[in-house]
Write a protein that binds this ligand. Structure first.
Ligand SMILES: [Zn+2]
Length: 236
């Protein structure tokens, strides 16, 4: 059986003498693993399609639930991400989140579109790397059923002023009086609130703090180590 789909390479691992196994995100079948034979040979035609960040139309041969890539036509390689360490780790964080929040057979059209758009924004728009990544993670959490809410305190219903907290069990900020969760900063709250609503936010500290909180939240939810996010936070 032949299967053709647009897909984004999330991960790649070498095996055998010249082969590579890729983990891809597709719209219709979610995350799939596929073998790419001979792509590590010098001059291999499909080498480009076996690299993380490659977004291409893939043709797979499918046999008993196993996929082998037979053809690929490049849409975007996002090669610009490799020349800038902040952009690189932000892009790698996008792939990491796709890996964590997608699964085999899970409809993933919205996630795939958001990931490709975010990689494109990170690659081409200078100065928007952090806000693009935070917005993507918020969107991914929302579509995965773990929305982060930055509104009034869900416990007492009052406006959040002064000290505030973030409750990992509900994904909501709570007020200083209720104090449910871990201490959070006002700038984190403002950043999450702005980016969730599609508004611009002040660059700088709030975005870094929001990213740190989202990393803790994703690790809490999924046990994922979020290595690329950790690398990014170490340099910004
Ligand atoms: Zn409260």
């Amino acid at each position: 059986m032949e299967y053709k789909a647009d897909a984004l390479v999330l991960r790649a691992a070498d095996y055998g003498e010249n082969d590579r196994m890729v983990t891809l995100l597709t719209a219709g079948r979610g995350k799939i693993g596929a073998a790419m034979k001979g792509v590590r040979r010098a001059g291999a035609k499909l080498n480009f399609a076996s690299q993380p960040f490659c977004f291409a139309e893939y043709v797979f041969a499918e046999r008993e639930g196993r996929y082998t890539v037979t053809q690929a036509a490049l849409h975007e390689g996002f090669y610009g991400l490799r020349g800038d360490i902040e952009k690189f780790y932000a892009g790698a964080s996008v792939l990491e989140a796709c890996d964590v929040f997608s699964g085999e057979g899970m409809e993933s059209g919205a996630l795939l579109v958001a990931a490709v758009e975010t990689l494109n924004a990170i690659e081409t728009e200078d100065g928007h790397t952090m806000s693009a990544l935070v917005a993507f993670l918020l969107q991914t959490l929302r579509v995965s059923g773990y929305p982060v809410t930055a509104g009034d305190c869900p416990v007492c219903g009052k406006k959040i002023a002064g000290k505030l907290y973030f409750d990992m069990t509900s994904g909501a900020f709570t007020c200083g009086a209720c104090a449910v969760g871990v201490p959070a900063s006002r700038s984190t709250y403002e950043t999450v609130s702005a980016l969730s609503a599609g508004r611009e936010c002040d660059p700088g500290d709030g975005q870094r703090r929001a990213l740190r909180l989202l990393k803790a939240y994703i690790s809490y939810l999924t046990d994922a180590p979020c290595r690329s996010l950790a690398e990014l936070l170490a340099i910004v």
